[in-house]
Design a protein around this ligand. Sequence first.
Ligand code: AMP
Length: 511
Amino acid sequence: MKFQVLVEYSNRLRRVASRTEKVNIIVDFLKDLSKREAAFGVKYISGVVRQGKLNIAWKGLSELLNSRRRGLDSPSLFQIDKYLDKARSAKGRDKIRVLLPLFERLSKQERKYLVSLIVGELQQGAGEGLVKLAIAKFFDLSDEEIERAYLQKPDIGELFAYLLSKGKTAIETLGIRIFSPVKPMLAQIAESIDDVFIEYDDFALEYKLDGVRIQVHRNEDDVRIFSRHLRDITSHFPELVETARKLPVREFILDGEAIGIDAKGKPVPFQVLARRTTRKKDITKMQKQVPILPQFFDALYVDGDDLTGRTYVERVKVLSDIVRNKRHLTARMKPISKDDAVDFYTTSLKKGNEGVMVKILDSTYRPGKRGKFWFKIKSAHTIDCAILAAEWGHGRRRGFLSNLHLGVLDETGSKYLMVGKTFKGLTDKMLSWLTDNLPKYKLHEDRWTVYVKPEVVVEIAFNEVQKSPKYESGVALRFARVKKIRDDKTAKKINTILDLGKLSRISNGIE
Ligand code: AMP
């Protein structure tokens, strides 16, 4: 950006009074800045220079202001920054000598502006506070997020340049430090391998292990282990501390899952392993009862290098260089065909895992985010639900009762609680049967829905139980689909909310 353009932006700022308008002007300015100019450009628009005090006396400044103009083309912000750098390291009158050729290229207005910047007396009514708001708006961050980031990087120029080069999600890793736990990256649920193949090209698959998330930090001999919710769980896993100490780098943050294994090395159910994270006493005894196996799948930081901005492929390469014992690495593969992927998924389930994770090859590590970069595909569960209502269908299903409201029994077995809706899996035959039979149990109806007594039972497959404020039950089934109508079963014999609780870690309050 030419220096003249900056001066014009500053004039516009001076002309408007409203804060919102000022912020909008600064946002436009930020859009015009190149990456190279970002750090100091932001300082200029907030009324200061990157170099701080240059200690030039008024006499020197007036000499610069009144020098003869020789050039016509306005210098770039980059050139200005270079001159100011040189001036800062120069002494006494040399500062003026260094700056003279620069001032000779400036118009009268530009000179005045640069002098105000140098002395820090720019009167445009837009200081650091407004620039911070503009940066937040530029990246679509909340005021709170930008304030938190600013605490970590208390220089708006550097903060803006950092976010511009790394992307706004890098805000989460600002100041990534050993022993300061990072929110773990999360996965979205995907229904099937087929779905993933339709939408994405380049991804790897990993076993989805049913253990506890571990974030292992090490600095020399100090090791700390953090849970998914950033709780310090170091004391629960002394053997993991030893494993971490043996790895051939001095400083790291690795991400992974600790699984419990039986005498044959097969994963034990999560509920068994959970004892290791809850029991505070008898750690040695617990170590013997439920031995664990760390399964690392990511590297966030190694020997001073923040890897979170690197791609999955790059991070995994670093990880495999560090973790040489293959037993401690999560099994992964890059499927060439769908058949490859299905084989890997089936093998994972056979080995006692929960399913597979899909990880996009060029994705960065996004702490705390559940984006379209990691997906989990879990094996399906089935339960029996009672139909509580059905909505009239659209399109091909017009005239048929289709979208079913599904309920399970409460703890006492006396009340039905809704846990989801689905029309998936219904065959034409089922649709006809439901349309003929459900109205027999009608309680009331509105334009769209027929509410019924819980009499008809359906077997439902689903992939996950999720927390949901939508239903009184507090949970919802993900990817529910009808397997069959259970005309052999009464609604008093269906599953209860407790059965769902067992499948859901959230409702158990286990991390
Ligand atoms: P969920 O808890 O169902 O949302 O699934 C995400 C959790 O799966 C993560 O927090 C990890 O604890 C766990 N997990 C198991 N295997 C992997 C893997 N290969 N990559 C990432 N997370 C995994």
